[in-house]
Design a protein around this ligand. Structure first.
Ligand SMILES: [Zn+2]
Length: 458
C-alpha cells in the first residue's frame, strides 16, 4: 500500500506541473492510473504439492510456480513467499494447491465446439433455429471444455462464422472457454464427407455456397486459399468418407492423390498445417504420402501407414471417444439414418486394433476426442480409453500437452510449465500417473494466469 501511495503522490505532482498542457495532463493521469494501480504489477504464486512441469519427466514436490502477466516467470523449489521474492504482500496473490497434483492445461486437437450431437433432439430442429441460437448454445460447450481442464482446443469443423466469433469472444473475455485454434470449412470432394447430404436438391441449393468443396487439383488449391481467406488457422480435409455424413458412400479414399498433393502444397505455402480426416488405409496412406501433418481418426491404419507416419513424422489424432460414443448411441437411438448406422457398425469395432498398431509402431500420437460427437466436457474420457488400449499414463498426458503443442506449432508457449510459457494450469487431487481416471475430476483450472475453476478443498 505504501508503494501505491508513494507512486500516487509522485503522479499527482507530475500532473500539477504539466496541467497547463491539457493533452500531456491526460496522458500523465492515464500513466499514473496504470502504474500506480497495485493490480497492475500483480504476481501470482502457486504453491503446488506436486508438479508435472514437463510431462514425461519426474514430477517435483513442493514447488512454487511464479506467474506474471499470464506467463510463467519461474518455478522455484519450496513454497516461496512474497518477501523471498522482494515483493510487498499486496502485490502478490498466493494460490494454495499444496494438496494437489498440478499439470499443464490440456490440449484437445479435434473438437467441434460449436455443436453437440443430441440423440433426443427433433431432427428437423435445424430448419427453425437461427445461427444466433447456435451461438448461445456454444457458450456452455466452451465453458464445459475449459472446466474439464482443456485450456486449448483445435477446432476442426462447424459453422465457420460462429467458430471465429466464439474464438474472438473467448479471447476478449466475453465468454469463458479454451483458447481456440480453428479450421473453418473442411476441404472435401463434391458429394464427399464434408459436403451436404440427405435433403432434396432445392433445399441443398438454398445453403450458402461451401467454398471448401472442390474437384481436381486446381480447384482444390482454390478451396485452400478460400479457407485461408475466411480465417482458417489450420486446413481440415476429408481424405476419406466419414461415419456421420448421411450418405452410403463408405469410408474409403475420396480426395485423389493429385488433389491431396495440391492441397498440402498450397496449405504449407500459406503457413497452414493440414489435418486429414481419414478412416480406410488407402486414404490414410495417400494423405500421408501427400505430406499432411496429422491423420484424424485413422481407423484402419495398416503396416504401410505406420511406416509412412514414421517416415514423415506426421501425428495420429485417434479420437477413440468418437468411436465409442457413436457405438453406445447406436444401442439406444433408433433415429440414426441407415446410411450412418451401417458405417458405425463398420468402423466402431476396428478403432481399438488400429490404435494398438500405431502404439506398437511408435507413431507420434496427439490427443483428440471429436467432442461434439461426444458431450463437451467429457474430453478426459479419451485418456482412459488410451490407457485401457495399452498406452502408458505418462504418454497419454504427453499426447495432450507436449505432443499436441508440437503439432499446433506452439511449443514455445504451450505444452509444459516452463519459463516464458502461458500459465495454463490444471490440478487434480490424486496422482493421474497411477490412476488416469483422476483426470475426470479436475479441481483447478487456470488459463493465462486467470483462475476459471477452483474447488474449495478445505
Ligand atoms: Zn471430427
Amino acid at each position: 500500500m505504501e508503494r501505491f501511495l508513494a507512486k500516487a503522490s509522485i503522479c499527482f505532482m507530475l500532473y500539477l506541473t504539466i496541467m497547463k498542457n491539457l493533452r500531456s495532463a491526460y496522458f500523465a493521469v492515464l500513466f499514473c492510473l496504470l502504474t500506480a494501480n497495485p493490480l497492475f504489477a500483480q504476481t501470482t504464486l502457486v504453491h503446488a504439492g506436486t508438479v508435472l512441469a514437463v510431462p514425461g519427466e519426474k514430477p517435483l514436490t513442493n514447488q512454487t510456480i511464479v506467474i506474471e502477466k499470464g506467463k510463467i516467470s519461474e518455478i522455484r523449489s519450496g513454497f516461496v513467499s512474497a518477501a523471498q521474492l522482494n515483493l510487498a504482500s499486496d502485490q502478490v496473490t498466493v494460490i494454495d494447491l499444496k494438496e494437489q497434483f498440478v499439470m499443464p492445461g490440456f490440449i484437445d486437437m479435434h473438437t467441434h465446439i460449436t455443436s453437440e450431437r443430441d440423440p433426443n433432439a427433433n431432427p428437423h430442429e435445424w430448419t427453425t433455429l437461427f445461427d444466433e441460437d447456435a451461438a448461445f448454445r456454444a457458450i456452455p460447450y466452451a465453458e464445459a471444455t475449459l472446466n474439464a481442464g482443456f485450456t486449448t482446443v483445435r477446432n476442426v469443423g462447424g459453422n465457420y462464422k460462429l467458430m471465429l466469433a466464439l474464438k474472438r469472444a473467448i479471447a476478449a473475455g466475453y465468454v469463458e472457454g479454451p483458447r481456440i485454434i480453428t479450421a473453418t470449412g473442411a476441404v472435401s470432394a463434391t458429394g464427399g464427407h464434408g459436403d451436404d447430404h440427405g435433403y432434396r436438391p432445392e433445399i441443398m441449393n438454398a445453403f450458402e455456397t461451401n467454398v471448401a468443396i472442390c474437384d481436381g487439383s486446381d480447384d482444390c488449391r482454390r478451396a485452400v486459399r478460400a479457407l485461408v481467406k475466411q480465417g482458417a488457422e489450420v486446413i481440415k480435409i476429408t481424405a476419406t468418407g466419414g461415419v456421420l455424413s448421411n450418405t452410403a458412400a463408405g469410408v474409403g479414399q475420396q480426395l485423389t492423390d493429385d488433389e491431396l498433393k495440391a492441397i498440402v502444397e498450397t496449405a504449407h505455402s500459406l503457413g497452414r498445417k493440414v489435418a486429414a480426416h481419414a478412416h480406410e488405409a488407402d486414404g490414410i496412406n495417400a494423405a500421408l504420402r501427400a505430406g499432411v501433418n496429422s491423420i484424424e481418426h485413422g481407423s484402419y491404419l495398416n503396416d504401410e501407414s505406420v511406416r509412412l507416419f514414421k517416415e514423415t513424422g506426421a501425428y495420429l489424432v485417434p479420437t477413440l471417444l468418437a468411436g465409442v460414443s457413436v457405438t453406445e448411441e447406436l444401442e439406444t437411438n433408433d433415429n440414426i439414418p441407415p446410411a450412418i448406422a451401417g458405417k458405425i457398425r463398420q468402423v466402431g469395432p476396428v478403432v481399438e486394433a488400429s490404435f494398438k498398431r500405431a502404439l506398437k509402431g511408435g507413431v507420434n500420437i496427439a490427443f483428440g476426442t471429436d467432442s461434439g460427437v461426444s458431450k463437451h466436457g467429457t474430453n478426459a474420457r479419451e485418456f482412459e480409453l488410451m490407457v485401457n488400449y495399452g498406452m502408458d499414463e505418462n504418454e497419454a498426458i504427453r499426447s495432450a500437452t507436449l505432443h499436441a503443442a508440437e503439432l499446433l506449432g506452439m511449443k514455445d508457449s504451450l505444452g509444459s510449465l516452463e519459463k516464458g510459457k502461458w500459465a495454463d494450469l490444471v490440478a487434480v487431487d490424486g496422482n493421474p500417473l497411477q490412476d488416469i481416471s483422476e483426470l475426470r475430476n479436475i479441481q483447478f483450472v487456470m488459463k493465462e494466469g486467470t483462475i476459471y475453476k477452483q474447488r474449495d478443498t478445505n
